[in-house]
Design a binder for this molecule. Structure first.
Ligand SMILES: Cc1cc2nc3c(=O)[nH]c(=O)nc-3n(C[C@H](O)[C@H](O)[C@H](O)COP(=O)(O)OP(=O)(O)OC[C@H]3O[C@@H](n4cnc5c(N)ncnc54)[C@H](O)[C@@H]3O)c2cc1C
Length: 352
């Protein structure tokens, strides 16, 4: 406990330097410490995000890549099947316009189609800003709470690049088994810090930190026979990209491919299609304000009993009948469902 208290508020750079000599190992662990954070590895609190990452590690281990057969969509399909079997009615393509309130209590939702669905409880996994400011409306909340939600830091710092390849890529020094795992380009803490710096000035990194998987190696159903898909998380890509966002996106792809080519010579010639999703694209495509994977930065002041903000940290909210159950509540995002399970327990406990 004493050691936890000592390191909890430290930065990952100092802790890793204290414990390891290998630049490669420190660079890899530094990536884990900053994934989902809003700073580089020298920022206080990055030990917390490193511990968070390890606490939620999969059976494949902290450095493995757990991958459901059929892709990530297979997880939600399995959940949907189980829910339907339990009598749940699921409706998709039914965008909520407003959460309805009457007599200081939630009474249901109004869909964009104009349809009203009456309900005594509304449980939202939309991000906190969307839930409170767009769907409920600040008029139902006190000023201090609105100010806190407004300041909940939710701008993402990770972009996604998808590549379609006409053959399996070859990475220097990586065998067939390694290609099915998680490949990291973060050779040192210095490299990581230099990749982070431009994001402070709304610029994309010249030499980006990459987390790469080739999901079609383990699951050939994800691509036509003999072909492959590569999925790359590009760290430290800011939400705001300056005046020339289209130019910055093109520059980002070019920088990612140049970096990739250094580790996987010839990969560029195998690309048949590419897609770049910046945090702003993720915001638009997946309906999450700020485009942050965890709906909000993982940081001491937005963690545990203060996630997302005091007053809404235990899944219930200042509006009776309205609950949070998504990544913006404790313990954050990732495909783990703990926030949802905790919220369900709370709601059952309250008898709603
Ligand atoms: C590109 C990317 C890659 C990721 N990779 C991984 C990974 O490899 N491993 C991992 O563990 N995690 C990963 N994550 C993180 C993980 O996907 C999220 O943390 C997780 O999905 C959060 O789940 P959630 O249910 O809380 O929120 P979400 O999955 O964001 O779901 C919120 C839902 O609310 C919907 N919504 C919003 N507004 C409305 C409205 N008005 N009406 C109706 N619906 C609305 C949205 O469309 C969305 O479907 C990744 C995230 C991204 C963006």
């Amino acid at each position: 406990m004493r050691e936890l208290l000592r390191i909890a508020a430290m930065n990952a750079y100092d802790l890793l330097t204290e414990n390891f000599r290998s630049s490669l190992l420190k660079g890899a662990l530094g990536l884990d410490a900053t994934l989902g954070a809003e700073h580089g590895a020298r920022a206080p609190g990055t030990v917390l995000t490193l511990l968070y990452r390890w606490a939620s590690q999969s059976r494949a281990g902290a450095f493995g890549a757990a991958q459901p057969a059929g892709g990530m969509g297979a997880v939600t399909q399995a959940m949907a099947r189980a829910a339907r079997e339990a009598g749940v009615q699921i409706r998709t393509a039914a965008r909520v316009k407003r959460i309805l309130v009457e007599g200081d209590h939630v009474r249901g939702v109004l869909l964009e189609s104009g349809e009203t669905i009456p309900a005594e409880s509304v449980i939202s996994n939309a991000d906190p800003k969307t839930t409170f400011l767009a769907l409920l409306g600040p008029e139902y909340l006190d000023t201090d709470f609105v100010r806190r939600i407004d300041h909940f830091r939710s701008k993402g710092l990770v972009a996604k690049v998808h590549l379609a390849l006409d053959a399996a890529p070859r990475f220097n020094g990586v065998d067939a088994a390694g290609l099915a795992g998680r490949l990291l380009v973060s050779p040192s803490l210095e490299y990581l810090e230099l990749a982070f710096n431009p994001s402070k000035y709304r610029e994309v990194p010249a030499n980006p930190v990459l987390e790469i998987t080739v999901p079609s190696i383990k699951d050939p159903s994800l691509a036509p026979a003999g072909k492959h898909v590569m999925s790359i998380n590009v760290m430290f890509v800011p939400y705001e990209l300056g005046a020339d966002a289209a130019g910055a996106r093109a520059q980002l792809l070019s920088n990612v491919l140049a970096t990739l080519e250094r580790y996987a010579p010839g990969v560029r010639d195998r690309i048949t299609a590419s897609e770049v999703l910046t945090p702003r694209d993720l915001e638009r495509e997946f309906g999450m304000a700020g485009g942050h994977w965890h709906h909000g930065a993982l940081a001491f002041d937005q963690f545990f009993v203060t996630r997302p903000v005091p007053g809404a940290a235990g899944y219930s909210t200042p509006m009776p009948g309205l609950y949070l159950c998504g990544a913006g509540s404790h313990p954050g995002g990732g495909v783990m469902g703990i926030a949802g399970r905790n919220a369900a327990r709370k709601i059952i406990h309250e008898g709603n």
